[in-house]
Every structure is written in C-alpha cells, then in structure tokens.
Design a protein around this ligand. Structure first.
Ligand SMILES: Nc1nc2c(c(=O)[nH]1)N[C@H]1C(S)=C(S)[C@@H](COP(=O)(O)OP(=O)(O)OC[C@H]3O[C@@H](n4cnc5c(=O)[nH]c(N)nc54)[C@H](O)[C@@H]3O)O[C@H]1N2
Ligand SMILES: Nc1nc2c(c(=O)[nH]1)N[C@H]1C(S)=C(S)[C@@H](COP(=O)(O)OP(=O)(O)OC[C@H]3O[C@@H](n4cnc5c(=O)[nH]c(N)nc54)[C@H](O)[C@@H]3O)O[C@H]1N2
Ligand code: SF4
Ligand SMILES: [Mo]
Length: 867
C-alpha cells in the first residue's frame, strides 16, 4: 500500500508492507525516490492507540457521536440565529487533507455565509502567498524538486532544511556530492546544520533579509546583470529600482551587519550562475516584513530572468504536508475558493457552482484577529481542527484565555490531551494518519494520496465526515451529501476549472470526473493538470506569461527592515524554530521514545559569551523572560549563535513541561500585508534558575506533577521519565504525589543524595533519584525495570543505584535511526574513526537518513580540537 508522509511539506511517498505495517520509502515517488528521514522512518511507532482520543466528549463526559454532532450543530445554530454568522469561526490546519479543508471552507464561506475560517498556515505560509500573488498574480510556486539537482547554485534563506525538510536536503547533499562545483549559500543568523556543506554562510542581522535582496537588485542593475529579454514581461521595474538605489553595498553591510566582502561574494555568485534556485522558509515568512521579504527575493529572480527553466527560480518551501492543499481550496480567511477572492464576479461564480445564495462577500478574520475577537466575545463559537493554537499562536496565554471564555469550543483531534483539547467543550475524535483517506499537495505542487491502511481508533471519523454531518444537521443536506472523499475531490477539481479559461493558476479540471477507482489509483501529479497539460506541469512560467491581467510579473519596492526590539530591560533577541526529530506541539512525535532522544528537554541555545555573562554553563537551568511571560528550560551552549541572540525550540507544551511553551513569550506583531506573526524575533532577558535539588522520576504512566520549580517529561521504552528541579525537600515533594503513600519504599541516602524505589505487589511503581545537582543515571536501564522486574535483592540494589553494574550509559542519542549514542561515537573517534563515513562503517550512524551527519562532524571537530 502506498501513501504519503503526514509530516513536512516535502511530501515523501511511503510504502506500507503488510502484515506488520513496516514503513519504508516509496521508490517511485518523485519527491523522495525511496528516501525517508527519521520522522518518516518512525511513523510505524506512532500508530498505537495510546493517548488517542477514542470517542466524542462533551465537557469531559463520553457521549455518542450523534449526541456530539447534534450538540455542535445546535450550538452553532443558536449562536448564528442570535448573533449572526460572523459570531462563529473555524480554525483549520495545513495537516488536514484537501477533502477536509474543502468541506470546512465550503461550509463556512458557502453556507454559514461568513469567511471566518483561518488556519495555522497564517503562522506559516501567509507571507509567501502574498508574495507570489503580488509578483505573479497567482499563488503559484514556479519550481520543482528536480531543480535542486539541476541548479548551479542554491540559496537557502531562513530555512534549516537539514532538519525541517530533510529529504529535500538529502537531495541537495547528493547533488553537491555529485557536482562539487555546485554552490550553496545559506542566509541565516544562526549557523545551523544546513550550513554544514555551505560554500558561504551569511549570518545576517535578524530581519534584514529584505535589505540584502534590495541591495542585490540594485547591484544587478548597476552591474549589467539584468536580463534584458525579461523586461517586456515585467511591470514596476523603474519604481522598484529607484527605491532600491539607496541600498548600496555599504548601507546593506550596516543593515545586515555583514562584511562588504561577504555580501559582494553572494551577489557576484548570484549574477554569475545561470541556474540559481532560492529556497526559503520561516526565517523569511515569520517576520513583520514577511510579505516584502518574499517579494525582495522574487524581484531578484525576475529581473535577472532566473525563473521558468530547470534549476532556477524562487521556491518557497511549504512547512506542513498539506499547506498547499489549504491554499488551493481557499482555506485562508482572505481567499474564497480555488484561487478566487471576494470580487463580485468571483462571489457570483462560486455561488452558482455551490448553488448557495449565502456565499461570504468579504474576507473574514485572520488568525491573530480571530482569537482577539474571541477574547472580546465577538466570536462566540470556534471549531478548531488539526491544530493546537494554545501552543502555536503568539501570545499563547491570551489564546488559552480566549478559549476558556468562548461559549462553544469544538476541537477535532487525534490526541485525547493537548493544551487546546484541554480547553474544549466538545471533543470530536478524528481519524489520524493511516486511518484517513484523501489527498495532500506538497511544496512542488504535487498532489499525492494519503491512503488508509488500518482500522480507525475507537469511534474516530474523518474530519470531512464530521463537518459534513454538522452541515447536514444545519440543513445543508444536498451540498454535503458525499459518501466518499473521491466525490469531494472531484467537486474541488471541477470548481478549479469552472469558468477558469486559463486565468487561475490552480486548475486540476482534468480530474473533475475522477471515479473512486481512479482516485484510489491516483499517482502523484503536479498541477496545473487540464486540457493543455494532461500529465501535469513540472515548472511554471517557461513562457514568461504571468497571471496579472496584463500578463506581466510585478516587481515590488523593498521594505525597510524593522528596527530590532531589544531594550535595556530585554537586551537579548530570541529566535524560535524546529529541531530535527520533533513535529510541532509533539502530540505524535513526543510519544515516540526514539524521537525524544535527540533532545529530551526544552532548551535555550546561546552563545558561550552570553552564557558566561549570565553565570550559566552547559546543562544549567534558566528562565527566559519577555514582556509577556516566562519560560524555563536547560542551557545548551552553541557557538553557532551570534552574541545577543537565543534560540528556543517551538515544540514543548504543558503536556511535556512546566513552563516551556515559547509562544507564551512571543508578541503578536504581524506583517501588515499577510497578517503573519513575527515569531522569530522577541526581546527577552535571561536569569539562572538555581534549584535546591534536581532529580529524575520514573513512573509507569503520565501524571501532571505537583508544583515544582521545573519539570519536563520524556517517554522511555517502558516508563515515563520526568526530570525535576525543586526548592523544598525532594522527598517531601515526592510524597505529595497521588498514590505514593501506598507504595513500599526502598531508599538510599548519602549526604544530600536520595534514591528511592516504590514497589507494589512486587512491581516497580516509581523510581526517584535526587541530589543538589542532576544525578547521573542510566535512563534506559531504569526504564526497563518497569517491564522486566528485577527479581533478586542484588538486582534491586543495583537499580537503586540507578546504573547497571557493568557497562555504561550510551549518552545522548545522535543517530536516531540506529540508536547510536554519543559515548559510542566518541569512543570510535578516539579509536581512529576520522570521518562520518568511517563512523558509519563502524557504527552505522548516519547511514540511513543522514540527518545526524552535521552532528557527527561537530563531534569529530570538537574531539580533534581537544586531542
Ligand atoms: N523536524 C521538523 N521538521 C519540520 C517541522 C517540524 O515541526 N519539525 N515543521 C514543518 C513546518 S510546518 C514548517 S513551516 C517548516 C519550517 O522550516 P524552517 O523554516 O526551515 O524551520 P525553522 O526552524 O522554523 O526556521 C528556519 C530558520 O530561520 C532562521 N531565521 C530566524 N530569523 C531569521 C531572519 O531574520 N532571517 C533569516 N534569513 N533567517 C532567520 C532560524 O535561525 C532558523 O534556522 O518545517 C517543517 N518541517
Ligand atoms: N514560536 C513559534 N511558533 C510557531 C512557529 C515557530 O516557528 N515559532 N511555527 C508556526 C508554524 S509554521 C506552524 S505550521 C504552527 C504549527 O502548530 P500547530 O498546528 O498548532 O501544531 P501541531 O502540533 O501540528 O498541531 C496539530 C494538532 O492536530 C492534531 N492532529 C493530527 N492529525 C490530525 C488529523 O488528521 N485530524 C485532526 N482533526 N487533528 C489532527 C494533532 O494531535 C495536534 O494536536 O506553529 C506555528 N507556531
Ligand atoms: S522529509 Fe518530511 S515528508 Fe519526507 S519523510 Fe521526512 S518528515 Fe516525512
Ligand atoms: Mo508551518
């Protein structure tokens, strides 16, 4: 059975082999040709029903599906009758399937008659959408993955593809290995794993990208690097060039805090190479000038003519597996449907297609405004599906407050617990990956099928079905009468071609009559897919005709970079983003022990000098504060950061740690054109956290710990592991936990060190190790004792020590694919392995997905320095 990975926008094909549901890469899928990254390879480990939402609930009580759907429909109906359609809203996700997204959009915009449906793509792709639409007249990504192999030079801007788009990254690494003359320029304030093979890394001042690219445009113009044959296809050239004149080399160097030499080196390479591919992601989009950043990049490609042929173009990488599908159906509040907006002609066209007189006539509330409107009581019902806004929205605490106040909060989820689900009035169990059935579109416009290959957990239903059932209960019976996702897809395809006449980029009308069988067989294909392109389209704009009415593309004057926001109170700049093995708010990847090994605690990475200035060392606990709140986690010293800048991962939530949701600190400052929040730049300060004790607690199940200075949870094979830090006596704290008094205790004290094991009927129920510092124990060894009970008194005594009698712990896992730890790698290096290839031959590390190779190189470099 073939399906598609549900994580990132690379959209890798996955093959599932019965009977054990073994997951491997689909050799034929054009996105990955058999490759998978560590998250994709671990998909099989996410299929268990543990932690799943299995049945509907109203206010925490189990109810029947009918009761839940009646309750949602009645609640929406009452609020609409009393306060009008603007008082209700949907908040969706780029992780919904296209069929789910289409249904949600049709219900809200077509029949409820308000456009209050926005999605987490607002936090992710909204600036790219604005950038493309302004430049090309359509939200159309011109490039494809093959361009990675075809390019002479790849520019990676605000993208840590090595961790966030690992398989696209592997294609790039392979291409550069095959053709070492291929250039890679990375533009990122941090030195990331993606800098590993870069020819040039520009560690620019955060938020200064538009200056760098405005300078490039100016320089191209002044150095005869303009493609004259492109000029007839461009509008706004003179005004844009005039506006860029101010950005000469010296001015750009000051704005970006880069040397003139480094900047010039980038500009010269860009001009010299015919096939330049620029890939960008959240470092560009999540900014107060996000839309203008996009246009600054696109400008340079347009003026130099580097677009529309193999190996060249401005290629925005999408984050989520179906961010593109959402853009296609019109899932954002400022789109109507199928690349149409809210002009009278378009509203009329969509009304006729949907056969509804109620189609919304104006854009709805975008994410930040939507949650503000909920907070003010103007929006009284919200249905959240496939996203966790209490964690992922800026000003997360205000979002949680808004949900707590909202009259009706409906959440469709796969997880029983999430920070958002915990605030729901109604929980609807949604089918997850492996159960649900539909389509997704990846970064290169390629539509692929996600197919179901296991039975749904409990009473879980597809998201589209839940929506259609509520729509029917609201009286819209005919418009939502589908029996199968293929029917929704066919309708969506038909709308894309409806009165299109080549004017809307998104056109898959060739699939408008797709049958269920054809849908089941559908092979991955790139849109547009219509009469003129019956087998799909790899690249757009080869003919240099764009979608503006005059057929020309537009250049746009650059933004002035926003001044940095630091102050004497908050002198440091906090950057946020992703780590290699976790997905967003960890509702799936956080439950896979293998994926929790790379980083098992919330951390803040900082420059060695900043650490020293605050009296902090590697592994210390610290508190990071912004004007909005505070965060706590562990210090990681990283010389890849610039002084004055911090990096905190976005992933940890209240389900995994005490106070590690970074969006509680981030203000909702948005790009005025896209409404996308600037999630990458927050002014903060740093304080050491000095606990009286630190410790490890192992339990057979998940608990919410009693108040303590700091805690964080990581699942282990066999147990849940908590790392703790407290002020009072460690033993007193432990005994406050429920059920602890009922256990039989075995303990060892030495000075201020305390080790305790709690037993019930001969089974281990609790293991606790505390000291004034963080005790060193072997986690795997302790966790195993929960499933393989130590029987002899000697074994129990050894367990009380926290380490096996012989052997040693493996240290931090570096290679998650083969579970190779830092200790073994260090030993192999000491014994003579002097390259990642040699380490791979000795230990297998880095030989599957390869995403740990940058870290292997780091270890090799640090050990060589030490030797
Ligand atoms: N492992 C993993 N992969 C993922 C995801 C995940 O959760 N985990 N999520 C997916 C999703 S939805 C998305 S959107 C993508 C995101 O993918 P990326 O955008 O690649 O990931 P981020 O870590 O958010 O940020 C990228 C980089 O932007 C840099 N940056 C910050 N500020 C600036 C700036 O001002 N200028 C420039 N040039 N760079 C800056 C950061 O230092 C960071 O290295 O990843 C997708 N893939
Ligand atoms: N500070 C900071 N904040 C950020 C970012 C950042 O870089 N920095 N990045 C932003 C970006 S780019 C993004 S995309 C967002 C992501 O943020 P979110 O979308 O909030 O994160 P997820 O954890 O992916 O949330 C998906 C939820 O849907 C559930 N789910 C999974 N599959 C299904 C399904 O099939 N149906 C339903 N109904 N539910 C399902 C999951 O259990 C989970 O609770 O975060 C944004 N927030
Ligand atoms: S690169 Fe992305 S789509 Fe491919 S296997 Fe990894 S997470 Fe899945
Ligand atoms: Mo995203």
């Amino acid at each position: 059975m073939k399906t598609t990975c549900p994580y990132c926008g690379v959209g890798c094909g996955v093959e599932i082999k019965a009977p054990d549901q073994l997951v491997s890469g689909d050799l034929q899928h054009p996105a990955n040709f058999g490759r998978l990254c560590v998250k994709g390879s671990a998909l099989g480990e996410t299929l268990s029903h543990e932690g799943r939402l299995l049945w509907p609930q109203i206010h925490g009580e189990r109810v029947s599906m009918d009761e839940a759907l009646d309750h949602v429909a009645q609640g929406l109906r009452d609020i609409i009758d009393k306060h009008g359609p603007q008082a209700v809203a949907f908040y969706g996700s780029g992780q919904l399937l296209t069929e789910d997204y289409y249904t949600a959009n049709k219900l809200m915009k077509g029949f409820i008659g308000a456009a209050n449906i926005d999605t987490n793509s607002r936090l992710c792709m909204a600036s790219a959408v604005v950038g493309y639409k302004r430049a090309f007249g359509a939200d159309a990504v011109p490039c494809c993955y093959e361009d990675i192999e075809q390019a002479d030079m790849v520019v990676l801007v605000g993208s840590n593809a090595a961790w966030a788009h690992p398989v696209a990254w592997q294609r790039l690494v392979q291409a550069k290995t095959d053709r070492p003359e291929m250039q890679l320029v990375v533009i990122d304030p941090r030195r990331t794993a993606s800098c590993d093979i870069a020819d040039l890394h520009l560690a620019l001042q955060p938020g200064s990208d538009s200056a760098l690219f405005a300078g490039l445009l100016n320089w191209l113009n002044e150095n005869e690097a303009v493609d004259e044959t492109m000029l007839p296809h461009l509008a706004n050239v003179e005004t844009t060039l005039e506006a860029c004149k101010a950005w000469d080399l010296a001015t750009v160097a000051v704005a970006c805090q880069l040397s003139e030499h480094a900047i010039l080196s980038f500009w010269q390479r860009f001009a010299a190479q015919p096939r330049v591919l620029t890939l960008w992601c959240m470092g560009i989009n999540q900014s107060q000038t996000g839309s203008d950043n996009n246009n600054a990049i696109i400008n340079a490609h347009l003026l130099s003519g580097k677009i529309g042929y193999a190996g060249a173009g401005p290629f925005s990488l999408t984050g989520q597996p179906n961010a593109m599908g959402g853009r296609e159906v019109g899932g954002l509040a400022n789109q109507l449907a199928a690349h149409m907006g809210f002009s009278a002609v378009e509203v009329d066209r969509v009304s006729r297609f949907w056969n509804s007189p109620h189609v919304a006539r104006q854009p709805g509330l975008t994410a930040v405004n939507l949650f503000n409107a909920i907070n003010r009581g103007e929006v009284k019902a919200v249905w959240i599906m496939g996203t966790n806004p209490a964690v992922s929205m800026p000003e997360g605490n205000r979002v949680a407050q808004a949900l707590a106040r909202c009259e009706l909060v409906v959440v469709s989820e796969v997880s029983a617990r999430s920070d958002t689900a915990d605030l729901a009035d109604v929980l609807l169990p949604a089918q997850g990956w492996g159960e649900k059935n539909g389509t997704v579109t990846n970064s290169e416009r390629r539509i692929s099928r996600q197919r179901s290959f296991i039975a749904p957990a409990g009473e879980a239903k597809p998201d589209w079905w839940l929506l259609a059932q509520v729509a029917q209960r609201l009286g819209y019976t005919e418009a939502f009468a589908w029996q199968h996702p293929s029917e929704i897809f066919a309708e969506h395809a038909a709308l894309s071609g409806f009165e299109n006449h080549g004017r809307r980029a998104f056109d898959i009308s060739a699939l408008a009559h797709i049958t269920r069988e054809q849908y089941d067989q559908l092979a991955p294909v790139q849109w547009p897919l219509n009469d003129r392109a019956p087998t799909g389209t790899a690249r757009l704009f080869a003919d240099r005709r764009f979608f503006h009415v005059d057929g020309k593309a537009r250049l746009l004057p650059p933004a002035i970079p926003v001044k940095t926001l630091t102050s004497s109170h908050y002198p440091l700049l906090m950057n946020t983003g992703r780590i290699r093995d976790q997905w967003h708010t960890m509702t799936r990847t956080g439950n896979v022990p293998r994926l929790m090994q790379h980083y098992d605690e919330p951390f803040v990475a900082l420059h060695p000098h900043d650490a020293a200035a605050h009296g902090l060392s590697q592994g210390d606990l610290t508190r990071v504060q912004s004007a909005l709140g505070w965060w706590s986690g562990r210090v990681v010293i990283d010389s890849g950061l610039m002084r004055g800048q911090l990096f905190i991962p976005m992933h940890w939530t209240r389900q995994f740690s005490a106070q590690a949701n970074v969006d509680g600190l981030v203000a909702a400052h948005c790009c005025p054109d896209s409404g996308q929040p600037a999630l990458k730049q927050t002014a903060v300060r740093l304080q050491p956290l000095r606990p009286a004790w630190q410790g490890w607690l192992f339990l057979p199940e998940v608990i919410t710990p009693q108040p303590v200075l700091y805690w964080s949870r990581a699942p282990q094979q066999g147990a849940q592991r908590y790392v703790l830090a407290g002020e009072a006596q460690a033993a007193d704290w432990l005994m406050q936990l429920p059920t602890m008094q009922e256990l039989q205790w075995q303990q060892a004290r030495a000075g201020q060190q305390l080790h305790m094991l709690g037993w019930r009927n001969g089974r281990l129920m609790c293991a606790f190790y505390a000291a004034p510092w963080l005790p060193e124990i072997d986690h795997g060894f302790v966790a195993r004792a929960f499933t393989e009970t130590p029987s002899s008194p000697q074994q129990r005594h050894v367990l009380l020590g926290g380490r096996p009698a012989l052997g040693e712990s493996q240290g931090r896992t570096i290679c998650s694919c083969f579970g190779v730890g830092e200790v073994a790698i260090r030993r192999a290096i000491e014994q003579g392995c002097d390259s990642p290839a040699a380490l791979g031959a000795a230990l297998k590390c880095g030989t599957n997905c390869g995403s740990c190779i940058p870290e292997l190189k780091n270890l090799l470099a640090t050990l060589r320095v030490a030797q």
